[in-house]
Every structure is written in structure tokens, then in C-alpha cells.
Design a protein around this ligand. Structure first.
Ligand code: FO1
Length: 318
């Protein structure tokens, strides 16, 4: 089995990771976006990390797309009774994760060490690594002004148009020895069908990541990306509208253009087969297939195709 590193945001990243886990087991490392992280009620919350971790542990609520299955909401309801903010819903079981993690952070543990410990305790065979141990916060400039990511995403339901994106702290942040080690040992690197601007963008903005990806390609390690835009629509979330308002094309071609200098291959949905020629004209090899991962079987089938395609690629050394 090849050693594969996936760069992932939330739901799309988690579904692909789930398929890759079935295929690769411990050979899989997932580098997750931490730009969506926030502090609420004095607790540190890592939404994209937890979506990936809960999914790989088989504990996720697949219907809702975030949090744990069989959740109850007693604490949230009581917080509401006390007049606290409850727009970001933290289930009772999920709260245990945030309490446990926040204690560890207060004791001075590194984010990476906490993530590894949590994955071990949940019995996850793959490695899940935060993109950095440093604080990076995604912020978007909208018609309502600059907003923190979750304020835009959850509180304002992604309604205001996004005109600019920044990753506060990214210029000073550096990636970790563990992420660099994973890239160094990788035989294939896969960018998930996550939002290229606010899910993958923060990972690429962290010091050392782009350099490590370039070094991996020069060693002959292929990098491929999967489109999260199908038929001009985002599979989940506001990526399509965000691409348009930021001046990009809301299509698989638009996504391919954003990654073109970084990757060797691109995976797009059957529905977008007509975009194959312009994507290949960017110098990318393509795989056109059914990219919709609804259930376990389709995740595993798709992940198998992605790995086979990736391993067939020969990077053109940039
Ligand atoms: N998303 C929502 O739309 N509403 C919520 O109340 C919410 C709570 C939440 C709690 C914990 C967690 O790990 C994720 C949560 N999410 C919620 C999802 C999260 O906002 C998004 O998945 C990502 O940040 C976008 O990738």
C-alpha cells in the first residue's frame, strides 16, 4: 500500500479520508485545516479536525455533517436559558472532546500531540495532523465587513458575499516536523474535494507547506487534487458562490486553475467530462469518474480509483 497524505477541510475531506482509510489503513496521514478553529465558552474547538476524526472513528453524524452521532443538547439548551449565545451548537458528547482538549492545551501540550492522542483514544489507524501548532484564523471580508470564519459560516449562514479572504497568523505560522515528515515519506499527496479558498487555502498558507509540496514533487511524488465543484455547484458549503465573488470560475476548471502550479493530476466528476480538454491544457493529467461519495462503498470505490490514478502519474518536475 502506498503512503498517502491527504490535505483536508471538513466534510469532503472527511469522506475521502474515510475511503482512503479503508484502502490504506495506517499508511494514511490527513493534514487538516485549523483556520476554522474557534474559542467559545472558554473551550477550544477544532471543527475540521473533529469532522475528520469523528468520521474516521465511525462516530460522526453523517446526516448533519458535523459533530457526533446520537447527540443530546442539554448543555446548549441550558446555556440558552441563561442567555448565552447558542448559534454554534455543541452537543453534550462533543463537549467532552472540547473540555478534554482545552485542558490539555492549557497544560501546554502541542496541538499535534493532542490530535495524535485523541486519534489513538478513538482507535483511528490513520494519523491526523493539524496543519500547524500555531494559531491561524480564517477571516472573510463581506458586505457586512470582516468576519471571523464561523461567524460568517454558521451565524450568518454564508449569506453575505465574500470579497476577500485572509488567514490571520499564517505569515508567522510554521508547519510541524510531523507534517514535514509525512510529506517526506509520502508516495502520493491528495488535495481533498474541500473548499480551495477557505479549507485548503489556509493549509497552503502556512510556512513550509508549499515548499515541502514542491520538494515532494521534485522527488517524484505525484500530487493530485479532487474537484469539490460538480456541475458548477459545491458539493457542500459556499465554495461555488465564494469562487465567483472572488473572481474565479465556479467550476472544476476554476478549481484546477487555482491548483495548477502545485499539482500533476486532477480528478473531476463525470458530469464535468466536457471540461477535460481545458483542464488537460493546463498541463494536468485527468481522471473523470463518479466523485459523489454517499455511502461507505462509494467512498472506498472512489478512494481506490484516486490512489490508482495518483500512483500512475509521473510528476513533471517543476
Ligand atoms: N456547523 C453548523 O452549520 N452549525 C453549527 O452549529 C455547528 C457546530 C459545530 C460544532 C462542532 C464542530 O466540530 C463543527 C460544527 N459545525 C457547525 C460545523 C463547522 O462549522 C463546519 O463544518 C466547518 O467549520 C466548515 O468546514
Amino acid at each position: 500500500m502506498p503512503r498517502v497524505v491527504e490535505l483536508a477541510g471538513g466534510v469532503g475531506g472527511a469522506k475521502l479520508a474515510d475511503g482512503l482509510l479503508a484502502e490504506l489503513g495506517a499508511e494514511l496521514t490527513v493534514v487538516v485545516n485549523s483556520g476554522d478553529d474557534l474559542v467559545l465558552h472558554g473551550l477550544t474547538i477544532w471543527p475540521d479536525h473533529d469532522t475528520v476524526a469523528y468520521t474516521l472513528a465511525g462516530l460522526d453524524d453523517s446526516e448533519r455533517g458535523w459533530g457526533l452521532a446520537n447527540e443530546t443538547w442539554t448543555v446548549m439548551d441550558r446555556l440558552g436559558d441563561l442567555g448565552d449565545e447558542t448559534w454554534f451548537r455543541l452537543g453534550d458528547r462533543d463537549l467532552a472532546t472540547h473540555l478534554w482538549r482545552s485542558d490539555r492545551l492549557r497544560e501546554g501540550a502541542r496541538a499535534t500531540a493532542i490530535a495524535r492522542d485523541l486519534a489513538d483514544r478513538m482507535g483511528i489507524a490513520a494519523t491526523i495532523l493539524p496543519m500547524t501548532d500555531d494559531e491561524v484564523r480564517t477571516e472573510v471580508r463581506t458586505d457586512d465587513g470582516w468576519l471571523e470564519f464561523q461567524e460568517y459560516f454558521v451565524h450568518r449562514h454564508q449569506v453575505p458575499a465574500v470579497h476577500e479572504v485572509r488567514f490571520r497568523g499564517a505569515a508567522q505560522a510554521v508547519t510541524t516536523p510531523e507534517v514535514l515528515g509525512a510529506f517526506g515519506e509520502a508516495e502520493l499527496i491528495v488535495i481533498a474535494p474541500s473548499n480551495p479558498i477557505v479549507s485548503v487555502g489556509p493549509i497552503l498558507a502556512v510556512g513550509g507547506v508549499r515548499e515541502a509540496l514542491g520538494a515532494a514533487r521534485r522527488r517524484g511524488v505525484p500530487i493530485l487534487a479532487v474537484s469539490g465543484i460538480v456541475g458548477g455547484r459545491a458539493l457542500k458549503g459556499p465554495a461555488d458562490r465564494m469562487l465567483t465573488s472572488l473572481g474565479h470560475e465556479a467550476s472544476a476548471l476554476g478549481v484546477a486553475r487555482l491548483y495548477a502550479d502545485l499539482i500533476d493530476g486532477f480528478v473531476l466528476d463525470d458530469l464535468d467530462a466536457g471540461l477535460r480538454p481545458p483542464i488537460e491544457a493546463l498541463g494536468l493529467a485527468t481522471l473523470v469518474t463518479d466523485t459523489i461519495m454517499t455511502h461507505d462503498a462509494s467512498r472506498a470505490r472512489f478512494a481506490g480509483e484516486v490512489v490508482a490514478f495518483g500512483c500512475s502519474l509521473r510528476p513533471v518536475h517543476p
